[in-house]
Design a protein around this ligand. Structure first.
Ligand code: ZN
Length: 112
């Protein structure tokens, strides 16, 4: 893969990563001792809403992990190669899903 293409995909990945991070709830890096944990109890009444948000967060964190792995593969020089069959992943697929690990053939096989 040419370095200009790699740069393009890295840009796509970093943009998506930034979007996810921007959408993520603001969190403090570490729990502070003696913080007001009691505040959480008041929010338990909104349980169904909380479930939705947790589900969303889980999906986002999986995606975020996939994106970070893809950026890592760019740095390793293995980006764009299917992890299942070692074939090159089609550019159209990389543009649609830049964080993908496998080519379309292997993806179809995974689905059975
Ligand atoms: Zn494959």
């Amino acid at each position: 893969m040419s370095s200009s293409n790699v740069k393009k995909y890295k840009g796509l990945l970093e943009k998506k990563r930034d979007e996810l991070l921007a959408a993520a709830p603001v969190r403090t890096p570490a729990a502070e001792p003696g913080s007001k944990s009691g505040d959480w109890i008041d929010q338990s009444s909104q349980e169904s809403d909380l479930h939705v948000r947790l589900a969303l967060k889980q999906t986002d964190s999986k995606l975020l992990r996939a994106i970070e792995e893809a950026i890592h593969r760019i740095e390793q020089g293995t980006y764009g190669i299917c992890m299942e069959c070692d074939n090159h992943i089609a550019p159209a697929r990389l543009e649609a899903v830049p964080w993908t690990r496998v080519c379309i053939d292997c993806k179809v096989k995974q689905r059975g």
